[in-house]
Design a protein around this ligand. Structure first.
Ligand code: ZN
Length: 442
């Protein structure tokens, strides 16, 4: 073992689809995994007794500032019925007030909570660009930089998915509460994105940028085509809210005669770097279109149940081999393993069946848990453009967390059913060490 190398020796390491004992994880000086070696070959390894090590969780969809309204929208408003749309007005009320310093502080709090619960990288869908009154800051990326600084101060990686937002909707009057988001033309958006790209891509891989047209509602087709072409030329991660609410689908059909996924598909805008966030209200044909293009879906079940959005048809996506990543979205809860289990649990409630996302005749009893865990790790890493992320193997980023094997929530697990214990039953307080880029942050 090289002097510059660091190593850790837990009781168990989750690698290559199973837990192995008697091996240490060795990290090189650049923050990548050098190898997994016999414990005897790593005499200086930090011993993590009573703990199991797993690859860091990747949160593919976050709006960090929404952490501030947690617990503050759970009452009946003046409206006859509350919905996503009435919640959105409450969320806007907070979004319109925050100063750059406050955005830094709230984001830092959200990212800290993520880090302490095993999240080592986040895709931040960032749409606050301007001052509260809509006037421009001298640096059009001032708030993006505040959010990136917050993530890096906590020590997690961040893909800043810079949002394009042009309008309130098709034939919808401008909403004064959206003035902080709006960049009317694709030229303005791309100029600002370029400025961000020029400075954000740090050599240590702790921050990078991607392109995020907000939704078909907020970005008209011509604009959308321009910025997607730009993202594709540069192979940047591309994220977009798609079919979160039935009203969004209806408005899209009214404007274009096609559903959001059909529009994206027929205009040739879907690709392997595209992530459709939510993608709840879709037809089997839309699932096929997403599968054909290689695009992924990001589900945010804890937020989706909170907002009354509906259930992501994860069974259809799994059957079509559309990779699903997970996001904490509104931050009502920050617990990515809860999102992983909800992906399955919502379908159980809907179908009054169990193990909906498991394949028939699967011999391994942890296959379902492994697939859900992949959503929280490998699929998330792919979605946000974290190369090689989400697994513990040589060359991958040295991002991991450990769990206390004696924690009440998983005590008594055997190596064979440990992953199912973790995915279905772990309390997030059982998470112990968190390491990102070879650096211990918890
Ligand atoms: Zn969102």
């Amino acid at each position: 073992m090289n002097q510059a190398h660091q190593a850790w020796l837990p009781d168990l390491i989750y690698t290559d689809g199973r837990f192995r004992s008697g091996i240490a994880l060795v990290c090189d000086s650049r923050g990548n995994i050098h190898g997994l070696v016999d414990a005897a070959d790593a005499p200086n390894a930090t011993r993590l007794a009573g703990r199991a090590m797993l690859p860091g969780l990747v949160n593919a969809h976050s709006h960090a500032f929404q952490r501030i309204i947690r617990g503050r929208t759970e009452y009946r408003s003046q409206n006859a019925t509350d919905s996503f749309w009435t919640w959105r007005e409450q969320m806007y009320a907070a979004a319109t007030k925050l100063t750059p310093e406050e955005i830094y502080s709230i984001s830092r709090m959200a990212f800290l909570e993520m880090a302490l619960t095993g999240i080592t990288a986040v895709g931040e869908f960032h749409y606050l660009h301007h001052a509260p009154d809509g006037s421009r800051y001298s640096d059009p990326n001032l708030l993006a930089h505040e959010v990136i600084r917050a993530a890096n101060d906590v020590g997690i990686r961040i893909a800043l998915l810079r949002v394009a937002y042009a309008r309130a909707g098709y034939q919808v009057e401008p909403n004064p509460r959206q003035v902080r988001f709006i960049e009317e033309s694709p030229d303005t958006y791309l100029t600002h994105l370029d400025q961000l790209l020029a400075v954000v891509d740090t050599n240590d891989g702790m921050a990078w940028a991607g392109v995020a047209p907000h939704s078909v509602r907020a970005v008209p087709l011509g604009y959308l085509k321009r910025i997607i072409a730009y993202a594709n030329e540069r192979q940047l991660p591309l994220h977009m809210h798609v079919a979160e609410q039935p009203a969004e689908v209806a408005a899209c059909i009214e404007e274009y005669g096609r559903s959001p996924v059909a529009l994206l598909d027929t205009e040739g805008l879907l690709s392997e770097t595209f992530t459709a966030v939510h993608a709840i209200h879709v037809t089997p044909k839309a699932v096929t279109a997403l599968a054909r293009s290689g695009a992924g879906v990001c589900a945010c079940p804890t937020t989706e149940r909170n907002l009354g959005d509906g259930v992501v048809p994860a069974d259809l996506y799994f059957n079509a081999n559309v990779p699903i990543s997970l996001g904490t979205d509104s931050q009502v809860q920050i617990d990515l393993l809860e999102d992983a289990r909800e992906l399955e649990y919502h379908l159980r409630l809907q179908k009054t069946e169990r193990n909906v996302l498991a394949r028939q005749n699967e011999t391994s009893k942890s296959a379902l848990a492994a697939r859900l865990f992949e959503c929280a790790t490998v699929n998330g890493a792919k979605a946000i453009g974290l190369r090689g992320g989400g697994k513990l193997e040589p060359g991958a980023p040295a991002d991991f967390f450990t769990v206390d094997l004696n924690d009440l929530s998983i005590a008594g697990a055997s190596p064979d059913d440990l992953l199912a214990n973790i995915v279905f039953s772990l309390s997030r307080t059982a998470i112990r060490d968190v390491v990102v880029n070879g650096k211990q942050i918890k």
